[in-house]
Structures are given as structure tokens and as C-alpha cells.
Design a protein around this ligand. Sequence first.
Ligand code: SF4
Ligand code: SF4
Length: 235
Amino acid sequence: MLFCSIPAPEKRCQKCGTCVRTCKENAIFQAPGKYPIFISDFCSGCGACWTVCPNKAIKPKGEEIGQVYLNEIRNPKSEIPNKSQIPNPKFQTFWLVTGIAKAGLEETGPVVTKVKEFALNLAKRFKADYILFDTAAGTHCPVISALMDCDLAYAVTEPTPMGAYDLNLILNLCKKLKVKTKIILNQADLGDKRKVEKTARSFKMKVEKEIPYSKEIVQAYSKGQLLSTLLKYTN
Ligand code: SF4
Ligand code: SF4
């Protein structure tokens, strides 16, 4: 179960409206002369309102926002451990951590943040070499939550005008977050890649890797296989 801190206003509120003006999610509503009302569905749990409140009238309270799942994907070539050895990271290939938002939740950024926290703790426990975050497409809150504090981001795009437009947005976001970024062009042979290359140049970057459209890749993907199993695409 995942929990997130959301604001719970207390009696000492002086109706100053500072929290309303601070909240970027429009999660606080205040009618003239009335106490503020918090709309938890819009709240990202960022904590800005309880930080700025001059009367310490807002306290965070835990609310269920979703669930986290931990899946073990074992390397079939590794030694099979006996029961007492599980879970021994020596015998694993990957730990896959996923999160599901509670039905009807408007703001899913906190779910990503909590799943990421869980994955980071797991990685520390297992002394993992790498941790990979796969985000949704776009530049909205869940993507920002996933990118925060990453060492490197791969911006995966396609050779279309929309691909170039979205690439521009994500490269701008990574620049603001100071996350080093590399560009991967998917289905590189299907469209016109000049717009994507132009966008890359405007950030003094280049397309690092092109992945062609391939029925073989689609079939491998549908069987849950990694691209690295198709050696000719991974050099
Ligand atoms: S900032 Fe604090 S005191 Fe001001 S309206 Fe919000 S809860 Fe009330
Ligand atoms: S925690 Fe952040 S998003 Fe939620 S009400 Fe406060 S300022 Fe708005």
C-alpha cells in the first residue's frame, strides 16, 4: 500500500490565503472571508502549503494513493537457489518495481515518487549497479518525479513532427532539471528524421542510437524478451 502526505488544515488558520496563492495544483479553494478548502484529488503532496503557512495551521496526514508491486525476473542461466537463499540478489537478473494509482486518483506524481523511493531503498539493500526508471511519455508531474536526481536520461523519440515537438519539450525539461540526456530514435527508418535531428542540434546534441522498425523486435517485445537478446541491434 502506498501513502502520501496531504494537507489537513487545523483550527489556528487565520484565513490569510498564503497557502491558496502558493499551491500550483489549484488544490486549495478559499471563498472570501472563509477558511480554505483542500481538494485532495488535485493535491500532489508537494508540501508547499504547510511550509509557507505563517500560523503552522496545516499538518500533513497520510492518505492511501495506490499500491506498489515487486516482481523478481530471474536470469534463466543463473544457478537455481534453494528456498533458504531466496531472495539472494546474487541469483537475480532484475527486480521490477511497479506502482498502481488508486482508482480515480487525479494526481499520480506522488505514486511515482513513492514507487521510486521504494526502488531506491531496494537498490541500496541489494547494492545494485544500476537503477532504471521507465516513465510515461510527456513532461507532466509523474515524468518530472521520475527524472529528479537521475544521472542520465534517454529521450526516446520517433521520426515525425510530433516526435520532434515532444523531444524539444523533454530536452528542455531535462536541461532545467540538470539531467544529462541522450537521444534514441525509434523506428528510425519509417519517417523523416530531419526535424528530430534539427531539434537535437538546437540543444547541441545528436541522435545517439537509431533503432529501425523491425517485425523481429515487435515479436520479441510481445514475448517479453529484451532487445539485448537480438544481438544485431545492440552493437
Ligand atoms: S496559509 Fe495557513 S493561515 Fe493562511 S489561509 Fe492557509 S492555512 Fe490559513
Ligand atoms: S501539498 Fe502542495 S499540491 Fe497539495 S495542497 Fe499543498 S501546496 Fe497544493
